[in-house]
Design a protein around this ligand. Structure first.
Ligand code: SAM
Length: 356
């Protein structure tokens, strides 16, 4: 079929590395730039203290850029900066400027809790960041205090406004939905998003590492969310997905307002997963639930060439058969993935280290 402008359509280029064992291409990389966070959300970091990655193990901007180039050379087109809280990494716009120049990266995005976004939004946009997602679980400051141990709800709202003013391409809000905590705010959050030029994504509360207080009864399923929203707004229609690898399924309200649901607990989407994650110390995880990752920092610092590092990544991806969320679905008595001792023994198991 010709392209809309009449020219013959070129076939897609062949993938730079073969698909994994389940036929999934390597397309998307989440780069965690720090394991530190300035919030203590009960679904992610509920404890009083943590074991942190040693500072000297954290990759420098040059090391992060080099790895990003290698991944891009192997087929990665989407990069998302995350953490911990990525805006705690000193001078993040400089890293963004380096990454925005990496050939092959078509989409450079950031996930942030928004506390420092008012300070950084314009500089990040100017540096070449294209999209921003802000985590916003509640519209009520007193609930945020209980959920995330902070009084700075207003800073997040100002961060959302600053991101809008900075002109990012797609502003999104991430809401982890927890029964009995914020599940009565779904409609209000959609309306808040509509009024502030942002699309909301509701995330089912996941039993990832770090979520030590997780239990199935606190999970509000996609189905229940849609029923509740349908009661408030009227019939909800699904939106066809141009990109089946995107984690969120999108829906529209009768007035055309769109929102998304990430149903990783009740309807996992492992078969379409093209994502992997690099922690701030250069450990590469092929699945959010994976027990172990591949250490890329040591070979990098021991002087491996780009080709040697690329070979490591190629071999890791070729062997990938992970379906972590689908396997969790099959666990009969599902509870927290790790208890505290397991997390203390290896902080790489923590969601705040893996980047979500
Ligand atoms: N600090 C940044 C933020 O707040 O967005 C980035 C890191 S955070 C780990 C990335 C995402 O993971 C956030 O949207 C957060 O809500 C989500 N997350 C953390 N723990 C979760 C859990 N147990 N279930 C579902 N999502 C979770």
């Amino acid at each position: 079929m010709p392209a809309p402008d009449g020219r013959p359509r070129l076939p897609d280029p062949p993938p730079a590395i073969p698909a994994d064992r389940l036929g999934r291409p390597l397309r998307s990389l989440r780069l965690s730039v720090t394991d530190r966070c300035n919030l203590r959300c009960r679904y992610c970091m509920p404890e009083e203290d943590y074991v942190w990655l040693p500072r000297e193990s954290l990759l420098s901007f040059e090391e992060l850029e080099r790895l990003a180039r290698i991944f891009a050379g192997l087929g990665v087109t989407k990069l998302r900066l995350t953490g911990g809280e990525p805006l705690l990494r000193h001078d993040l716009p400089t890293l963004v400027r380096l990454l925005a120049r990496v050939p092959g990266i078509a989409d450079l995005a950031l996930t942030t809790n928004g506390l420092l976004l008012e300070r950084d939004a314009a500089a990040l946009r100017a540096a070449g960041l294209r999209r921003v997602t802000v985590s916003l679980d509640t519209l009520r400051p007193e609930r945020m205090l209980a959920l995330a141990r902070t009084t700075r709800h207003g800073d997040v709202l100002r961060g959302v406004a600053a991101a809008r003013a900075a002109g990012f391409e797609g502003l999104k809000l991430n809401t982890v939905v927890i029964r009995g905590f914020n599940d009565d705010e779904l409609g209000d959050l959609i309306e808040f998003g509509r009024a502030h030029g942002a699309e909301v994504r509701f995330i089912e509360y996941m039993d990832v590492g770090g979520a030590t207080r997780w239990s199935l009864d606190q999970v509000v399923s996609r189905r229940e969310m849609l029923e509740r929203l349908g009661r408030r707004f009227g019939p909800i229609a699904p939106v066809a997905r141009p990109d089946p690898t995107a984690p969120a399924e999108r829906f529209v309200l009768p007035d055309g307002t769109a929102f998304g649901i990430i149903a990783s607990v009740t309807a996992p989407f492992c078969r379409d997963c093209d994502r992997s994650r690099l922690t701030a110390d250069g450990t590469w995880f092929l699945c959010l639930y994976a027990e172990r990752g591949v250490d890329l920092r040591e070979p990098l610092r021991l002087g491996a060439s780009d080709e040697e590092l690329a070979r490591l990544v190629r071999a890791g991806w070729a062997a990938r058969a992970d379906r972590g969320a689908e396997e969790r679905l099959a666990v009969p008595e599902r509870g927290a993935l790790y208890q505290l001792e397991g997390l203390r023994a290896d902080p790489h198991r923590e969601m705040h280290t893996r980047g979500g």
